[in-house]
Design a protein around this ligand. Sequence first.
Ligand SMILES: Nc1nc2c(c(=O)[nH]1)N[C@H]1C(S)=C(S)[C@@H](COP(=O)(O)OP(=O)(O)OC[C@H]3O[C@@H](n4cnc5c(N)ncnc54)[C@H](O)[C@@H]3O)O[C@H]1N2
Ligand code: MOO
Length: 407
Amino acid sequence: MDVLISIEEASRRLQEAATVCQVEQVALDRALGRVVAVDVQALLDVPHFDRAMLDGFAVKAADIVAATKDQPVELRVLETVGAGHVPHVHVEAGTAVRTMTGAPIVTGADAIVRIEYAEELTRDNERIVRIYRAVDEHEAIQERGHDILAGHTLLTSGTVLQPMEIAVLAAHGYHTVTVTRQPRVAIVATGSEVVPLGQALQLGQLYNSNTPMLTALVTQAGAQAISFSPASDHKEELTERFMEALKTCDILVTTGGVSVGDYDLTPSILEAIGVKRLFWGVWMRPGTPVYAGTFDGRLVLALSGNPAAAFINAIVFLVPLLRVLSGQKNEQVDVKARLKNPPQKRRVKHTRFFAGQLIFIENELWIDVSGEHSSGVMTNFIGKMALAQIGGEDELREGELVSVILL
Ligand SMILES: Nc1nc2c(c(=O)[nH]1)N[C@H]1C(S)=C(S)[C@@H](COP(=O)(O)OP(=O)(O)OC[C@H]3O[C@@H](n4cnc5c(N)ncnc54)[C@H](O)[C@@H]3O)O[C@H]1N2
Ligand code: MOO
């Protein structure tokens, strides 16, 4: 390992080495979570016509200024217009059109009176409506272009497509959208003790939990995970697996073999195949011996083998990197909470991370980090929604205000 560097410095080196992925077109029904690559313009005025926002009667507001519960005003009803219908008449003084929510407003009308304040009847074969309340001009009418006007910018590049962004694109008639290609992340777990799921365990062996965890995390972050079978701690096997994985990806993520033991071969093998080191060792715990490098325009992150350390390494370095590669520009919210039940641990120079539960106590956000925090303990993460990050001048004491990373 090198002299340890700060998380900020490690992140800076990684982000500097990262480049945004190419662009591609995707259909709207495949676009969830993808990142807009080019600003998208509004193609239409939306709504595309003046429309009714309530079921009622389209009227001239001036006709019914005197309408009250006791002294209703009567108007002649010319026709009924539902959503998707087109009015065939023109409202003159003394007339109205029965108009349903979403229908176009008939010409001549300037307000909608809701149906609850009106009563329609037939007199001498004529449709009449009694109106019991005055309305303001424009009441319950949404004008053409009220939401957005054609030619305005609808979505800026870097926007993550969530359900409502997709709805907005569809409202303008877009079938497809230009997005950045999903970053491809190759995942290689290492360690002679690590065996694939489905195989009986012998003494000293354990199942590979890091690959499924990282695959899930990468998928959750909107990137594409390519998982390889684990490689045992042999130079030839590690070399072959790393080289094979590097061919297919934007980022190679490995776990295990980054510390100082006799079989911790990952950094030396990566460098033997041409990886250029960005750092090896960060003031963080868990996850201190994390390694990073570059290889022919790709990035390499070699995480600790300890599941909790690998997870926190990935949350701190991999997830933000995926944001950069996919061109995301969404602001990250800075969340702070007060520490509840901090472990009795020595305050060290390392930035520490503890999984916790967010709770409100008397209108203040707290993060309860009770439970065992060890690199080898996974169950303490179950159901936890956040990590407390204790760094800099922060103290490990009850009530300390610390940064929180939402999971
Ligand atoms: N003398 C020193 N020893 C250690 C140091 C040190 O500075 N000096 N650092 C410690 C720290 S901190 C960590 S973290 C670990 C990092 O070890 P490695 O990254 O080299 O990881 P391994 O030794 O390969 O594995 C650690 C642990 O995790 C288990 N493991 C590995 N891969 C998987 C997997 N895919 N799924 C589930 N579990 C996995 C592995 O069996 C080990 O138990 O080093 C300390 N040592
Ligand atoms: O990286 Mo380690 O998790 O500090 O034991």
